[in-house]
Ligand binder design. Sequence first.
Ligand SMILES: [Zn+2]
Length: 228
Amino acid sequence: MSTAPAAGGPEATTAGPSLPPIAQAGTAVLRQVAKPVPPELMGSEWLRNLVQTMVDVMRAAPGVGLAAPQIGEPWQVVVLEDREELIAKQAASGLYSPSVLAAMERRPFRPLALVNPELEAEGAEGVAAFEGCLSVRGYAAVVPRYRRVRVRALDPEGRPLALEAGGWQARILQHEVDHVRGVLYVDRMLPRSLTASDNLADWVRSLPADLPPLGPCSCCHPIDRLPG
Ligand SMILES: [Zn+2]
């Protein structure tokens, strides 16, 4: 997942020369249900290398999450990380009011790699916020997401892990787990909120009245139902 870029800021979504390119919407693998990683590949060099490459691509973009299909690998593997510098950059951009920033609940966390993740909502609280995707370069839209989720997955060594997440981390998890199901944020966005990233700052200030205000909302769609 990309963070919505600051107004007028550069949009760096191109990976370095030694890293694989990020697949853009219209690439078949982004619309396929990814394959679960089988037990015999847990802890393998292949899986460790895949995770390391994904972390490198995510950081180079820069982004806060990446799913394996985004680099053309049709497997149920996701990585996510949020960094103080990215959070501070967003806060300094003045894009969002303090109350919206508070509702986004963005806090730094170390890189996480999840294999074969299963996600469920915890409670019915929702949050409406702009998000973007490294595979839908140049755009952002409001996506209602659950405020809190629970995730069960394996780590790259095949050990079970359980995670309870809230706020921005919960949003990233919903976005990335969607990717391994072949779902993009555009399937869940409020269509009339779509903006070119370059227009985001103006658009945030002039959202039409038929869109919900950014922040807490109750307009979430059930996440176990794929958008139709
Ligand atoms: Zn994405």
